[in-house]
Ligand binder design. Structure first.
Ligand code: ADP
Ligand code: MG
Length: 903
C-alpha cells in the first residue's frame, strides 16, 4: 500500500526487471509482471532501495520471498492453499484470485485419465478434430457448439501434456462462446483445458480474460502464461454448473487483455457433489481463537463486502495493469522491433559470417597464392638479381670498352691533324712524284732517243756472223778449217781461200764455234728492248743449209735459241715495266714457201691463199692469220711447238722442207704507257730463211727448180732491199718477193703511223732495226758457199770493207770511234742518272704507297672504331633500357608482394 504511492519506483523497477529478464527469458515477462505486484507490496523501503540499486537482489535476497518457483511449485498450485483464504491480509495467491469458485482448482499439467473418475458426458477438442482413443472409451468430439472465435494449431511440443497431448495443440481463440443443449437437468462438473500456445507465426501469448459459466463468472483475469508459462497445459477443474429445465450449458469467454483461448472442454456428470455446508459457518476469532458462528446471510454480506472491496481494488489494479500492460505492450513492441532488428542483425551477422568464411577461404587461397608468389618471387628475385648482376657486369665491361673506344677515338681524332699533315705530305709527295713522272717520261723519251741513237750508231742494219763447229762427220772425214777467228773480237773474220791467201770480212759481231746461244743472244737482246720501246725489228738467219740457222733461231730443248730467248726477255722486261707499261703480246707462226704464205698455227688445212694487204693506215698485214695471245713463256713454247709440228705436215723430209722455205715467227707487241696513256704497236720478225746454197743449173728440174728459183728470188730481193736501205736508196724493192713484201713495215726507216693512241694520234718516226745472222760452215768443203754467204752479208751490211778503205778512213774511223765512245759514255751516265731517277721515283712511289696504305688503314681503323663505338653505345643504351625495365618490373612485383603480404 505504501509502495503504491511511488509509481515512479514501480516504473523504474519494471523497466529494470524487464531489461533483466528480457535477456534471460522474454516469455516470462508477463508472469513476472503480475508477480511483481505482490513483490513490491511485500518490500519495505530498504529492500526497495536495495532492489533499485541492484535488480538481481530480487532473486538473490533470501529475505524476499519468491512468488513462484516454477521448477518446484508446479504441482497442484492451489492444493495446499485453503480455498477459503480470502482474507484482507492479501496473502492470497494471485493464482487463486483467478478462480471465482473456491471449489474449482488449477492443475498445471495435462489431462490424465486416471484422475478422471466421473462419467464424462462430452469432451470437446477445441480448435481440433474428433478423436477416438483406441484403447479406451475416451471420445473427443470435434470442435462444435461454438459461436465466434478462430482456430489455432501448433506442432510444437507441449510439455507435461498428460495422456492426450494433442488436446493442447489446438485451441479456439478470440471472442467466442459455447452452448451445449439437451443436457438432462442436474449438476455437472466442467473442466476447462488451457495452454498458452506460442506459435512461431501466431499471436504472442499475452492474454488475460474472464470466463462465464451460465452467465456467472468462474474465472477472473485468467492469465495462463503467468501460471504455467508457454506451451504448458493448465486445467481448471471442477467448475460446477447446474443445468435447468432448458438443458443448456452456456459458457462465455471474454477478453480483458488480448484474446481468450481454450483447448478443451470436458463436461462430467457430478456424482459426488459435496453436500453444501451448513448454512451455519464458523469463523475463528483472531484474538481469542474461538469459533464464531456466522450465519449464511452474514457470510453473504461479508462476501459481498469483500467482493466490493476487491472489485474496487481490482478496478484500480486493472487500471494500473492496463497502464502497465500498455507500457509492457510498448516495451514488448520495442522488444519485437529490437528482436526484428536483432534478427536482421543476425541475418547480417550470418551474412557477415558467410562473408567472413568466404573471405577466410579467399584469404587461405590468397595466402597459398602469396606463398607461391613469394617463393616464385624469391626465385625470380634471385634470377633477376643474377641477371641484373650480369647486366651490370656487362655494362661495366661495356663502359670500360666504351671508355677505351672513346679514348681510342680521341687518340684517333688527335692523330687526325698528324694524318692531315701526312696527307698534305703525301699530296706534296704525289705532286713531287707527278713532277718526277713527267721528268721521268721526258727522261725516258730522251733515253729512248739516246738508246736509239746508240743503236743507230751501231747501225740499224746489223750483221752478225756465226760459224758452226765442224760436225763429227766432217772431223772424221778430216775436213780442214778455212775460217780464221783471230780478229773475231773486232768483228773481223778471215777466210783462207786457198794457199796463204786470206780474205777478211767485217761484221758487227763474229761468233766462233765456241760461242754458245747465250753469247749470241746477249748481242741481240738490245733489239728486244727496242721492240718494247715501239720499234719494229727483223732478225734473220741466213746461210747455207746445215750451217746452224735453225739452231740459232729455234735451238734445241737444252740450248734454246733466239726465238725463245727473245720472247723470254720480252716477258721479263714487260714484267719489270708492269708498273708503268701494260703489254699485250701475241704470236703468229708463218711459212713462206714457193712465194706462198702458210699459217702454221692454223688447225685447218690450207684451203685459202693468204695474201698481204695494206690497211688504211698503211700497215701491211695478212688478213685471217692466227695471232695467238700469249701471257707467259710457257704458252710461247707451246705455240712454237705447234708451229714446228705443223711445218712437218705434208713433207716427207722435214730438214729438206725446212731448208726450202722461210720460217717466220711474228710477234706483235701492243703497249700502253700507264702514266701517259700512250699506246704503241710494234712487230718483231724472227726469220729462219731457206738455205742459201746455189743449186747447179743442171740439177734444177721441175719442183726443185721452182723452189730454187723462188728461194733465189726471195733471198736476192731481201738482199736488194736491205742493201737499198743501207745505202739509203730512194727506191726500195719490197714487192719483189713475198718475204720482203711481208716484212715491208719492219725493214727500213719508213715514215709510217706507228703509234695508235687512244686519246690522241701521234706520228712518230718508225725506225726499224734489222739483224742478220750469217751462218757459215768452217769446212773447206763448203768454202764456196761460205764465201757466197759472206759476200751477200757484206753487201747487205752496206759497207764494203777492204784494206784500202780501211786505211783511207782511219782518221774518220778514229773520229767516229771517239764520238761513239763519247756517246756511249754519255749514254751510260744518262742511263745511270736515269736509273737513279727511277730508283728515287720508285722509292718515292713506294713511300707514297706506304703512306697511302697507312692513311687508308688509319681511316679504316677510325671507321671501324666509330662503328664499334656506335654499336657499343646502342648496346649500352639497350641494356640500360633493359635494366630499367627489369627494375620497374621488380618494383612492381615487390609492390604486389607487399600488397599481398599486407592482405
Ligand atoms: P740449217 O738450219 O742451217 O740447215 P741446222 O741448224 O739444222 O742448220 O744445223 C745443222 C747441224 O749443225 C745441227 O745438227 C746442229 O745441231 C749443228 N750446229 C749448227 N750450229 C751449231 C753450233 N753453233 N754449235 C753446235 N752445233 C751446231
Ligand atoms: Mg734449218
Amino acid at each position: 500500500t505504501q509502495n503504491q504511492t511511488h509509481p515512479i519506483f514501480q516504473l523504474l523497477f519494471l523497466f529494470f526487471l524487464f531489461l533483466h529478464i528480457s535477456t534471460k527469458n522474454p516469455r516470462k515477462i508477463s508472469s513476472i509482471f503480475s508477480a511483481t505486484k505482490h513483490l513490491i507490496s511485500q518490500m519495505d523501503d530498504s529492500q526497495l532501495n536495495a532492489f533499485l540499486q541492484n535488480p538481481d537482489t530480487l532473486f538473490t535476497n533470501p529475505s524476499i520471498p519468491r512468488v513462484f518457483d516454477w521448477e518446484k511449485n508446479d504441482m497442484a498450485l492451489n492444493q495446499d492453499k485453503p480455498s477459503s483464504a480470502m482474507d484482507e491480509d492479501e496473502e492470497e495467491s494471485s493464482v487463486d484470485s483467478m478462480l471465482c469458485d473456491s471449489n474449482s482448482r488449477l492443475i498445471p499439467f495435462g489431462f490424465s485419465k486416471s484422475n478422471c473418475t466421473d462419467e464424462i458426458m462430452m469432451f470437446i477438442n477445441a480448435g481440433g478434430e474428433a478423436l477416438n482413443e483406441a484403447d479406451s472409451r475416451m471420445k473427443f468430439l470435434g470442435d462444435s457448439y461454438f459461436e465466434g472465435g478462430n482456430v489455432m494449431q501448433t506442432n510444437e511440443h507441449i510439455a507435461e501434456a498428460g495422456d492426450c497431448p494433442f488436446i493442447y495443440q489446438s485451441a479456439r481463440f478470440g471472442s467466442f462462446c459455447y452452448r451445449f443443449n439437451n443436457f438432462p437437468p442436474g449438476d455437472y462438473f466442467v473442466d476447462l483445458h488451457f495452454a498458452e500456445i506460442i506459435n512461431t507465426n501466431g499471436p504472442k501469448g499475452m492474454r488475460v480474460f474472464n470466463v462465464y459459466m451460465q452467465e456467472e463468472k468462474v474465472l477472473s483475469d485468467f492469465d495462463i502464461f503467468s501460471v504455467v508459462g508457454a506451451n504448458k497445459p493448465l486445467q481448471v477443474d471442477d467448475l460446477r454448473v447446474s443445468v435447468k429445465e432448458d438443458g443448456l450449458i452456456a459458457m462465455r469467454f471474454e477478453g480483458v487483455i488480448g484474446s481468450p483461448i481454450v483447448c478443451g472442454i470436458c463436461v462430467r456428470k457430478a456424482q459426488n457433489i459435496p453436500v453444501p455446508q451448513a448454512s451455519q459457518e464458523y469463523l475463528k476469532c483472531n484474538n481469542c481463537a474461538a469459533d464464531i458462528e456466522v450465519s449464511s446471510a452474514q457470510k453473504k454480506l461479508m462476501r459481498t463486502k469483500v467482493t466490493d472491496k476487491y472489485e474496487k481494488k481490482i478496478q484500480e489494479l486493472t487500471t494500473q495493469c492496463q497502464l502497465k500492460t500498455h507500457e509492457c505492450h510498448e516495451a514488448w513492441m520495442s522488444l519485437t522491433a529490437a528482436n526484428e532488428q536483432l534478427e536482421k542483425v543476425r541475418m547480417e551477422l550470418d551474412n557477415k559470417i558467410f562473408q567472413t568464411r568466404t573471405l577466410d577461404e579467399t584469404v587461405g587461397k590468397q595466402a597459398e597464392n602469396l606463398k607461391n608468389i613469394t617463393s616464385r618471387y624469391g626465385h625470380d628475385k634471385k634470377y633477376w638479381a643474377a641477371a641484373v648482376h650480369d647486366l651490370q657486369e656487362k655494362i661495366m665491361i661495356m663502359k670500360n670498352e666504351h671508355a677505351q673506344l672513346s679514348h681510342d677515338a680521341h687518340a684517333c681524332a688527335e692523330s687526325i691533324p698528324e694524318l692531315n699533315k701526312m696527307v698534305t705530305g703525301i699530296q706534296a709527295l704525289v705532286a713531287q712524284s707527278e713532277d718526277l713522272k713527267l721528268k721521268y717520261s721526258e727522261e725516258q723519251a730522251k733515253r729512248k732517243e739516246l738508246y736509239n741513237q746508240i743503236q743507230e750508231t751501231k747501225g740499224n742494219i746489223r750483221v752478225f756472223c756465226r760459224c758452226r763447229p765442224l760436225s763429227k762427220e766432217e772431223i772424221s772425214a778430216g775436213c780442214a778449217l778455212v775460217v780464221d777467228f783471230d780478229a773475231a773480237k773486232d768483228g773481223d773474220l778471215g777466210i783462207l781461200t786457198g794457199g796463204s791467201t786470206k780474205k777478211t770480212f767485217k761484221f758487227d759481231q763474229v761468233y766462233t764455234p765456241k760461242d754458245n746461244q747465250v753469247d749470241v743472244f746477249a748481242d741481240a737482246s738490245p733489239l728486244v728492248t727496242s721492240v718494247l720501246d715501239g720499234y719494229n725489228v727483223c732478225i734473220f738467219a741466213y746461210g747455207q743449209t746445215g750451217t746452224g740457222k735453225t739452231f740459232t733461231m729455234e735451238g734445241t730443248d737444252q740450248n734454246r735459241g733466239v726465238n725463245y730467248r727473245t720472247l723470254e726477255q720480252l716477258f721479263q722486261i714487260a714484267k719489270e715495266r708492269s708498273e708503268t707499261f701494260m703489254y699485250n703480246i701475241s704470236v703468229s707462226v708463218l711459212e713462206v714457201y714457193n712465194e706462198q704464205i702458210r699459217d702454221l698455227l692454223s688447225t685447218s688445212p690450207t684451203s685459202k691463199r693468204l695474201e698481204i694487204k695494206q690497211s688504211a693506215e698503211g700497215f701491211h698485214h695478212v688478213p685471217g692469220i692466227i695471232e695467238a695471245k700469249v701471257d707467259n713463256i710457257k704458252e710461247v713454247w707451246n705455240v712454237l711447238q705447234i708451229g714446228s709440228n705443223s711445218r712437218a705436215v705434208g713433207s716427207t723430209n722435214v730438214n729438206e722442207h725446212s731448208s726450202r722455205s722461210h720460217c717466220i715467227l711474228h710477234i706483235m707487241v701492243k703497249s700502253k704507257n700507264l702514266m701517259t696513256g700512250d699506246c704503241t704497236k710494234s712487230k718483231l720478225w724472227l726469220v729462219d730463211l731457206a738455205g742459201s746454197e746455189r743449186l747447179a743449173k743442171t740439177d734444177a728440174q721441175g719442183e726443185r727448180l721452182k723452189e730454187a728459183q723462188n728461194i733465189n728470188k726471195s733471198l736476192s730481193a731481201l738482199g736488194d732491199v736491205i742493201y737499198a736501205l743501207a745505202t739509203k736508196s730512194s727506191h726500195i724493192p719490197y714487192r719483189n718477193s713475198k718475204l720482203t713484201h711481208l716484212l715491208q713495215d719492219s725493214l727500213g726507216n719508213i715514215w709510217v703511223i706507228q703509234t695508235v693512241v687512244v686519246l690522241k694520234r701521234v706520228n712518230s718516226r718508225g725506225d726499224s732495226k734489222t739483224l742478220m745472222f750469217v751462218q757459215i760452215s768452217p769446212s773447206e768443203r763448203d768454202l764456196s758457199e761460205t764465201l757466197s754467204s759472206l759476200n751477200f752479208a757484206t753487201r747487205v751490211r752496206g759497207i764494203e770493207l777492204g784494206p784500202a778503205k780501211r786505211q783511207v778512213d782511219t782518221s774518220e774511223l778514229q773520229k767516229m770511234k771517239t764520238m761513239l765512245d763519247k756517246a756511249r759514255q754519255e749514254s751510260r751516265s744518262k742511263d745511270e742518272s736515269l736509273r737513279k731517277l727511277e730508283e728515287s721515283l720508285q722509292n718515292l712511289e713506294s713511300k707514297a704507297k706506304g703512306r697511302d696504305q697507312v692513311y687508308k688503314t688509319q681511316q679504316e681503323k677510325i671507321k671501324e672504331l666509330e662503328c664499334q663505338l656506335e654499336l657499343k653505345t646502342s648496346m649500352q643504351n639497350q641494356s640500360e633500357k633493359q635494366v630499367s625495365q627489369l627494375s620497374d618490373r621488380l618494383k612492381g612485383r615487390e609492390e604486389i608482394c607487399t600488397g599481398l603480404q599486407q592482405k
